[in-house]
Ligand binder design. Structure first.
Ligand code: ACO
Length: 322
């Protein structure tokens, strides 16, 4: 039986910071409203850096943290909804930029749950044999899909990337991963591709923006995140008290607070950095895990669950011993 572990993590956010007060220049909002409703104080926004640029810097940091030769990486998966091109994927351009000869590389899209999906695929590909070290990345330039006229959504998002090296291991450290989906036929959270009105006319269509029915998404999130954690605990014969901490998708502090209350876990065990980054979609979980490790919130030997929900609608959770 082959096992897997987290061998290293890294993250990267663009330099430019927009505080809630900065947003007031072009959005009818206030720091007080945004912070009370979401827990967000500021977010990083790209000023020309591409999704690939963010993914590259996060990947370099993860490779350094894992202390492996980059050429030992044989699998690269990038989770993103903001790839720079329809093709090539961010993953393939990343493979070229990192100069990792011949590694299998592909992108996946499961919105904010994308990193958990990537982790599950990498974990299973290594456990099935044939792959040894996977670089998985969540990278987003979400602010380019933001409608700055829609104050309900534009205050929520930020840009960034997080990366992780998952390696074959003698010990069982990535113990279990759950993912799932429930097709969003009610269009609670959508960003449409341009319509192809007449395939024979080379029409230029404009890019759609993110649309969200916030309260419905809130209800979905606060139901699915505790359920995913509970499902993982039950099928591994554990209770919430067996966890050192939970690292949840950073979408809204009130979603994290309610999930913690419903799970009966102390808030001191819930990692949070949403105040600095906003919601960075697929990048949120790996940025949070990396920061939790770098700040010693998560320590070697800790058992934790990381959990996310996202557009699709999708969800995912992983039970891990660091
Ligand atoms: N600034 C000031 N006022 C605002 C703003 C703003 N930025 N946005 C909305 N308001 C106003 C509204 O117009 C409304 O005013 P009204 O009562 O006069 O009509 C009032 O504030 C309340 O609006 P609600 O939509 O009821 O606010 P709510 O408390 O539901 O909070 C929020 C909105 C923060 C979006 C919440 O619904 C939420 O967090 N939902 C989940 C969002 C989420 O996590 N989405 C996931 C994103 S993608 C992903 O991670 C999968």
């Amino acid at each position: 039986m082959s096992f897997t572990k987290i061998a290293g993590t890294g993250s990267y956010v663009p330099q430019t910071v927009f505080t809630n007060d900065d947003l007031k220049q072009f959005v009818d909002t206030s720091d007080e409203w945004i912070f009370t409703r979401t827990g967000i104080r500021e977010r990083h926004m790209t000023q020309g850096e591409t999704t690939l640029d963010l993914a590259y810097h996060a990947a370099i940091n993860a490779i350094h943290s894992a202390q492996i030769d980059k050429n030992e990486i044989d699998l690269i998966i990038v989770a993103t909804v903001t790839a720079d091109y329809a093709f090539p994927g961010v993953s393939q351009l990343l493979q070229a930029q990192l100069e990792i000869e011949g590694a299998t590389a592909f992108d996946i899209n499961a919105a904010c749950s994308g990193f958990l999906y990537a982790m599950q695929i990498a974990d299973k590909m290594i456990k099935a044999g044939g792959f040894h070290n996977a670089l998985i990345v969540g990278a987003e330039t979400l602010t380019r899909l933001t409608d700055w006229r829609d104050r309900n959504t534009c205050v929520l998002f930020g840009d960034g990337a997080g990366a992780m090296i998952i390696s074959k291991s003698d010990t069982n450290q990535i113990t279990d991963i759950i993912t799932g989906a429930q097709g969003d036929t009610d269009l609670l959270l959508v960003c449409k591709n341009p319509d192809l009105k007449d395939p024979h006319v080379n029409a230029i269509s404009s890019q759609d923006h993110i649309h969200m029915k916030g309260q419905e998404v809130f209800k979905f999130a606060t139901r699915i995140m505790p359920k995913t954690v509970t499902d993982l605990l039950e099928r591994n014969h554990l209770t919430i008290n067996d966890l050192d901490c939970v690292v949840a998708h950073q979408a809204n502090q009130r979603i994290i607070d309610k999930s913690a209350r419903d799970l009966g876990i102390d808030m001191s065990k819930m990692f949070s950095n949403i105040h600095k980054y906003g919601n960075t979609s697929a990048a949120s979980v790996p940025i949070a895990i990396d920061e939790a490790i770098r700040t010693n919130f998560l320590k070697k030997g800790d058992r934790f669950i990381t959990v996310a929900f996202g557009g699709g609608l999708t969800w995912g959770g992983a039970l891990i011993t660091l």
